[in-house]
Design a protein around this ligand. Structure first.
Ligand SMILES: Nc1ncnc2c1ncn2[C@@H]1O[C@H](COP(=O)(O)OP(=O)(O)OP(=O)(O)O)[C@@H](O)[C@H]1O
Ligand SMILES: [Mg+2]
Length: 473
């Protein structure tokens, strides 16, 4: 039965569409906002999306753009108000499957959904065929032909179809998340839920509830029962990122869940069985963490069933020209331009050590790209090299490097996701995300945020993340 997602902030419309589509034999998921819709898409394979153009924060077009970027092509049908044909035509240019104008003719709705579902089925078949031929987009997203990358891709192919827990290790920015994505995409669980939890970005006291859920009233603020990511990932894959940041007490509980094969929600006493394939990643050397008593040995052994090492970029410099080309191609597509690198640029890129690895290379190229007015990109644009990587910075361990924090595809996307929030909330999110990015190192976070360390402490106490008197680093 095809799954259709209906995104509309108007409850009556939403339910009318859902009724019609359910009576046609579809399974309908509903969301009242773009954000809610995107969350549903990340948890479930959907065959077509019916989406109102006008939504409270992020609009229907923005949602489509993000969804296509994150989840690949899903037929997207926009509902536009009367007299909005121009926007509708734009939407098609940007990749919408079709549009319907209000008041929506239910006959047309059914027909449009039918053809969208048919197209998606053809897409899937095509994808399955390509996979049979040993070709997969998820692997193609990992650019590189060095021996290290070829071996890594071969290993991904080999272990993806098993249910073995995979530990991905590699410095920051090397592409661990791409590896995790490929493991899910190439597994028999692709099309099932794929959820990500970043153990380093969630405050310690919330991590357990995020993973395992909680019962109503189990702690202050737990006003409703909530399923954890583990339960939500049932029959699919859970990617637990920055596992090295998991505090020891959470490690104990986590290990128990892995041993028992069932979990308890916080405050709950019913064991819940789940079938989840686990992929974990860290930019620390987990074995060293074990030796330093920061990571439990028993948990390490449970996680380290298959170990994939993603090598730093400086150890596979031959991939740099290909990566640079891939990033430039993407920028050219995005900006509808045709810029190309000078030979000097490629040579320059190959000489750097890239302590922030592929992410740093990507950011650097993007910066040069936007600063280059002409067609040929040279390495010596004034200003763009301000924070050029130092030649020997690669000798420093990855944790001490300071690559630019990660974020959505562009600053505009980031802002759009925040529209509707109060400034204080935005500030809080920025501060906590920056802190998490630097592995909890307050000095580095304060420096990046360009605020004083004292201000940072005060804010953290305000947020309840730090207790007064607690000694920071
Ligand atoms: N081999 C690659 N080919 C193309 N893009 C890559 C490759 N490796 C990394 N990237 C890009 O570099 C950026 C960082 O990759 P990713 O987030 O997977 O790194 P990571 O190892 O998870 O880093 P961190 O430890 O900081 O979380 C992403 O934008 C990703 O798309
Ligand atoms: Mg990562």
């Amino acid at each position: 039965m095809p799954n259709i997602l209906v995104i509309d902030d108007n409850v009556t419309n939403r339910e009318t569409f859902a009724d019609v589509l359910t009576s046609e034999g579809h399974t309908v998921l509903m969301a009242g906002s773009a954000e809610e819709g995107l969350a549903k898409l990340s948890a479930m394979a959907v065959d077509a999306v019916l989406c109102d153009l006008r939504l409270p924060n992020l609009d229907g077009l923005g949602a489509m753009e993000l969804a296509h970027e994150k989840f690949g092509p899903i037929p997207w049908i926009l509902i536009t108000g009367h007299g909005n044909e121009e926007t509708a035509v734009d939407a098609i240019k940007q990749g919408a499957f079709n549009y319907l104008t209000k008041p929506v003719d239910l006959g047309r709705l059914k027909a449009t959904i039918e053809s969208a579902v048919r197209m998606q089925a053809a897409n899937r078949e095509n994808k399955a065929l390509r996979r049979e031929l040993g070709y997969d987009e998820a692997l193609d997203r990992i650019v590189g032909t060095s021996t290290a990358i070829r071996q890594l891709k071969a290993a991904i192919k080999q272990v993806a179809r098993t249910d073995a827990t995979v530990l991905i290790e590699g410095e920051s920015g090397t592409g661990k998340e791409l590896v995790a994505d490929a493991l899910h995409a190439l597994s028999n669980r692709s099309g099932r839920p794929y959820l990500k939890v970043n153990a380093g970005a969630i405050s310690h006291d919330l991590l357990e509830s995020e993973l395992f859920g909680h019962e109503r009233g189990s702690f202050t603020g737990a006003i409703q029962q909530k399923k954890g990511k583990f339960e939500a990932a049932d029959t699919g894959t859970l990617f637990l990122d920055e596992i090295g940041e998991m505090p020891l007490d959470a490690q104990v509980k986590f290990l128990r869940v892995l041993q028992d094969g069932s979990l308890h929600r916080v405050g709950g006493n019913q064991p819940i069985a789940t079938d989840v394939r686990l992929v974990v990643a860290t930019n620390r050397n987990l074995k060293e963490e074990v030796l330093a008593n920061r990571f439990r040995m028993d948990l390490y052994f449970r996680l380290n069933v298959v170990n994939l090492q993603v090598p730093p970029l400086r150890d596979r410099r031959e991939d740099i020209p290909l990566l640079a080309k891939a990033f430039l191609d993407r920028l050219n597509r995005r900006h509808h331009q045709q810029k190309e690198p000078s030979e000097g640029l490629i040579n320059h890129l190959r000489r750097q050590d890239w302590p922030g690895n592929v992410r740093e290379l990507e950011n650097f190229i993007e910066k040069l790209y936007v600063m280059t007015p002409g067609k040929v990109i040279h390495p010596d644009i004034t200003g763009a090299l301000d924070d050029e990587p130092t030649p020997d910075a690669g000798a420093a361990p990855a944790r001490d490097s300071t690559p630019a924090p990660r974020g959505p595809a562009s600053a505009d996307d980031a802002i759009r996701l925040l529209v509707g929030l109060p400034v204080d909330e935005v500030e809080k999110r920025l501060i906590l995300a920056t802190l998490a990015h630097f592995g909890g190192n307050k000095t580095k976070a304060a420096r990046q945020l360009q605020i004083g360390a004292k201000t940072l402490y005060r804010k953290l106490i305000e947020y309840g993340v730090q207790t007064p008197g607690e000694v920071g680093e």
